[in-house]
Design a binder for this molecule. Structure first.
Ligand code: AHG
Ligand code: MN
Ligand code: MN
Length: 291
């Protein structure tokens, strides 16, 4: 068990900066992988999802870049069964390519990452920073650290800040719910029925792009528990924790249906969770309705 790390040190801060800059520097190669590696890979990831060649290529690119950083001790991703270790102090967990089912129709995709003080599987409150990249018409990056959320445009791997205090707008506008109405529980369905009369539907099949809509316009995103799948679809360590850290740092709320997703302490690296994120009152209402 690594001795607990004084994560306020400038060394830890420098490592977080190096991870963020390393991910930004890798984005041109990931965009090339999206263009050149469009086929299936005939393999599945540890949660049983088919892997595209681009999923594997992005995973390789990030592992190489991030394990090269002095302060990074381990690299974990949804594409690989085990954590890869080297010396260092901080731990990076990634969804190298989020929304890869959007690759064929060339719709939005992204990368999600979290920087933890402890080796995964670990609780979300051990996050020191988290962020995502959106491979859209332009490449943008959102990074949450020390209670603030910054947005960057990334060109040729270099980032420049466009907003240094991203906050969830008070008046919500959009919603996006995964899973499909026939698979929802009755409680979630009645919540969704209320919301769809209040907000505009924005669901694109990649949580990174859908949550970026919530950060931009206010609202709520969910991949809820399903009748057939009470644990939902999304992964705690690679999607739930990082996105919860970002949305909560931007003044919103996260929930697994009962509490902040950051309180979820997974036993296994590839555990799934129901996920609800967005304006605090919309998440409060969700928790009240599925109680
Ligand atoms: P990934 O491509 O990393 O597996 O993630 C896809 C996730 C998430 O990004 C998105 O919100 C959800 O799957 C979409 O699921 P459906 O295709 O079932 O709507
Ligand atoms: Mn994903
Ligand atoms: Mn993925």
């Amino acid at each position: 068990m690594s001795k607990s790390l004084d994560t306020s040190t400038s060394e830890a801060e420098q490592t977080v900066t190096d991870v963020v800059d390393g991910i930004a520097a890798t984005t041109p190669d990931v965009r090339r992988a999206i263009a050149d590696h469009r086929g299936q890979s005939n393999s599945v990831n540890p949660t049983g999802d088919d892997q595209l060649a681009a999923d594997l290529r992005a995973d390789e690119l990030f592992e190489r870049r991030l394990l090269d950083i002095d302060g990074v001790a381990t690299y974990a991703s949804e594409e690989r069964a085990d954590v890869k270790a080297t010396d260092g102090r901080l731990h990076v967990a990634m969804d190298p390519l989020d929304g890869s089912s959007n690759l064929e129709p060339n719709s939005g995709m992204g990368t999600i990452f979290g920087v933890y003080s402890e080796r995964p599987p670990t609780v979300g409150t051990n996050l020191l920073a988290a962020g995502f990249v959106v491979y859209g018409p332009i490449t943008s990056m959102v990074v949450a650290r020390k209670g603030r959320v910054h947005e960057y445009i990334v060109e040729d791997g270099d980032k420049r800040v466009v907003d240094d205090d991203v906050t969830v707008p008070d008046d919500p506008t959009v919603f996006g719910f995964g899973g499909g109405v026939d698979s929802w529980t009755e409680e979630f369905e009645s919540y969704a029925e209320e919301i769809r009369h209040e907000l505009k539907l924005r669901y694109g099949g990649a949580m990174v792009a859908d949550i970026n809509q919530v950060l931009t316009y206010g609202g709520v995103f969910s991949y809820p528990e399903l009748e057939s799948r009470p644990e939902g679809k999304l992964r705690v360590q690679f999607e739930g924790h990082p996105m919860a850290y970002i949305v909560e740092s931007a003044g919103g709320r996260s929930s697994d249906g009962n509490r902040s997703l950051l309180e979820v302490d997974p036993d296994a690296l590839h555990e799934r969770t129901p996920l609800y994120l967005g304006n605090d009152d919309l998440v409060d209402r969700l928790e009240a309705s599925i109680d």
